[in-house]
Write a protein that binds this ligand. Structure first.
Ligand SMILES: NC(=O)c1ccc[n+]([C@@H]2O[C@H](COP(=O)([O-])OP(=O)(O)OC[C@H]3O[C@@H](n4cnc5c(N)ncnc54)[C@H](O)[C@@H]3O)[C@@H](O)[C@H]2O)c1
Length: 265
């Protein structure tokens, strides 16, 4: 008898919390969700030497955060460092770090998740942000290695998120970002068949959405929004119809014009 009572109670708790969450989501679609204060918080950004990393550094500089900038490109990191100071950051620390070298990866892992997570758990405070990609949501032809790394990044971040939920570490937040194409040069030459539906995003727009998602403590951010719908369709349609849809949307031709980032002389 007791287990039945318990499971009925669990069911009502689940339904009650779900109704509350749906109402909360509805309210926050009508009014903007309050944003948290990140002044004085330590923000560590990998890949801070250019593109999104640099713009994120400048945004967090203007919000009064303490910046720790990592990049393989010494010159780029130093440039970002100077720009962040000009944007109002008083404490900026720049490090050169190659995440593709095994020892460096271990060092980075040690100095990021592995080293920071215990402190975050002890204080029940922190925010982990993973920049994955739409290529971390669906396989893309011509991008097998990139997809593998982006699926891995997504899975790792989501597993750590699940860990914090299971351990009731509700003060540790996670944001997983999956953008389509952003005009930073990384995917120079790539285009989409329907730019009004699947636009190549401007970096400033992408960074604004990412920072808003962090400050509003959103777990998932897919940009543009149509990606949520495409991921949903992919999960309910048969593989044949999903493939036809992706073919029609030109997803298989996105990489056709790829030239990538031009190297500096
Ligand atoms: N640009 C896009 O279309 C797009 C789309 C989806 C996801 N993303 C993701 O967004 C993130 C930022 O990309 P971006 O567009 O700003 O590119 P970017 O090339 O402008 O910036 C990437 C930065 O990472 C640094 N970097 C590269 N290899 C490194 C290494 N081994 N160790 C340390 N630093 C290294 C580079 O020096 C550079 O400063 C990436 O994770 C990328 O996969 C980009």
């Amino acid at each position: 008898m007791a287990p039945d009572l318990n499971s009925t109670k669990d069911l009502f708790v689940f339904l009650g919390k779900s109704v509350f969450s749906v109402l909360e989501d509805m309210v926050f679609t009508l009014i903007p969700k309050p944003q948290k204060n990140v002044a004085g918080e330590i923000v560590l950004i990998t890949g801070a030497g250019s593109g999104l990393g640099r713009l994120l550094a400048l945004k967090f500089a203007s919000l009064g955060s303490v910046l720790v900038l990592w990049d393989i490109n010494k010159e780029g990191t130093e440039e970002t460092c100077e720009m962040a100071r000009a944007a109002g950051a008083t404490r900026v620390y720049a490090y050169t770090c190659d995440c593709s070298q095994r020892e460096e990866v271990y060092r980075v892992a040690d100095e990021t998740y592995k080293a920071f997570l215990p402190a975050m758990i002890a204080n029940d405070h922190g925010h982990l942000v993973c920049i994955s990609s739409s290529a971390g949501l669906t396989g893309v032809n011509g991008l097998a290695d990139y997809c593998a790394s982006k699926f891995a990044a997504f899975g790792f971040a989501e597993a750590v998120f699940a860990e914090t939920v299971a351990q009731k570490q509700m003060g540790i937040k996670t944001t997983i970002v999956c953008p389509l194409l952003i005009n930073t040069g990384m995917f120079e030459g790539c285009t989409t068949k329907f730019p009004s539906l699947l636009p190549v995003l401007e970096p400033e727009y992408a960074v604004r959405k990412i920072v808003d998602a962090i400050l509003q403590e959103k777990v998932y951010l897919y940009i543009p929004r149509v990606l949520y719908f495409l991921v949903f369709l992919k999960s309910i349609l048969s593989s044949k119809i999903a493939t036809l849809l992706f073919e029609y949307l030109g997803i298989f031709n996105v990489m056709d014009g790829f030239v990538g980032k031009k190297k500096k002389d």
